[in-house]
Design a protein. Structure first.
Length: 340
């Protein structure tokens, strides 16, 4: 082979090798520090099949259940959902400084306490640690995450009281603490959120005491109040004092609440109301017939009396929404109302 051909061959070989190397670097856009942390997380879970795509030879921005920022190439979302994952949330999650979304969900073998290293992730906007076997308390350090707007710790085995400090989260839009074993009272501070008022999901716990009266004074953007299946007592009539509030759903069923419903003023936007299985007395206000969005209503198992209001959307609710009361009468109940 002539020397010129040899030189040309080696030139193309060098060019091709450089091209492959450059393409390889471009393809692997994931930040090397983030990649290292992710592989540590995988190893701490004993390299489960669910994370099989987390191959050190490939770009981590293309791994399953991950998202990277297109400009910085830093990992911004870590989602581990379903499948067989055993162990505890590893401390390495705190070493992903650009993380905005952290989700560990439907992992029945995920145990231990909520990882304290999460407090390092100041860019987090969403935490969803739900449907696992996490135990321990709801940690105060969650209140130090300034950008958090969605916190879901539902369907776990959390115990202890609800920390008042979460009311300091000025951007929080939803707080899910339901389906745990939380005890104590609802903090008074939850009626004094510093920023937007989050939807409150506190049901299916072991909460006791009275509902804070400050909840009745929350701003108009409170959409959902779910306090059912606890052991709350006392007066909750202050939740029904303002027709202009935007609250769409109120569920305070299966508690030990005791108050007169007669003077209630329901929010105009109310779509679902469940006050069943309490000790509520008085009558059902006729204003309820003016609620054009009402899709669900249940007042059964109380101590209500008087005629069931007719009209509006009330005709869509059957016997089961009203039975087992002291002296309610009229359609759809079989007993007619008699005067005097």
């Amino acid at each position: 082979m002539p020397s010129s051909s040899i030189h040309l061959f080696f030139f193309f070989l060098l060019f091709f090798s450089s091209f492959i190397f450059t393409f390889s670097l471009a393809a692997d856009r994931c930040n090397p520090n983030d990649k290292k942390v992710l592989l540590q997380i995988k190893e701490s879970f004993n390299n489960p099949y669910l994370l099989a795509s987390w191959n050190p030879k490939t770009d981590c921005c293309g791994w399953y259940q991950l998202e990277c920022d297109e400009i910085t190439n830093r990992v911004t979302a870590l989602t581990i959902f379903g499948g067989e994952i055993s162990g505890q949330i590893p401390p390495y999650v705190g070493d992903l400084p650009y993380l905005k979304t952290l989700i560990f969900r439907k992992l029945s073998n995920l145990t231990g306490h909520i990882q304290p290293a999460i407090a390092k992730l100041k860019n987090l906007t969403m935490i969803r640690l739900s449907w696992t076997n996490l135990s321990g308390s709801v940690p105060d350090f969650l209140a130090t995450l300034p950008n958090l707007d969605y916190l879901d710790l539902s369907f776990n085995d959390l115990t202890g009281s609800i920390p008042p400090s979460l009311a300091k989260l000025t951007k929080l839009n939803a707080l899910h603490l339901d389906r745990n074993r939380l005890t104590g009272s609802i903090p008074e501070a939850y009626g004094q959120f510093k920023g937007s008022v989050p939807d409150l999901y506190l049901s299916h716990n072991r909460l006791t005491g009275r509902i804070p009266k400050s909840l009745g004074d929350l701003d108009l953007d409170l959409d959902l109040i779910e306090l059912q299946r606890n052991m709350l007592v006392g007066d909750a009539s202050f939740l029904f004092r303002n027709s202009s509030r935007s609250t769409f759903r109120i569920d305070i069923s299966r508690n030990f609440l005791e108050f007169d419903l007669s003077g209630a003023i329901f929010p105009e936007n109310l779509g679902a109301l469940d006050i069943s299985h309490n000790r509520i007395y008085g009558n059902i206000p006729s204003q309820i017939t003016a609620l054009g969005n009402l899709q669900g209503f249940n007042a059964s198992y109380n101590r209500l009396c008087g005629k069931i209001p007719q009209g509006g959307r009330m005709g869509r609710f059957d016997y089961s929404s009203f039975f087992h009361n002291r002296c309610l009468c009229g359609t759809p109940l079989p007993n007619n109302c008699t005067s005097g």
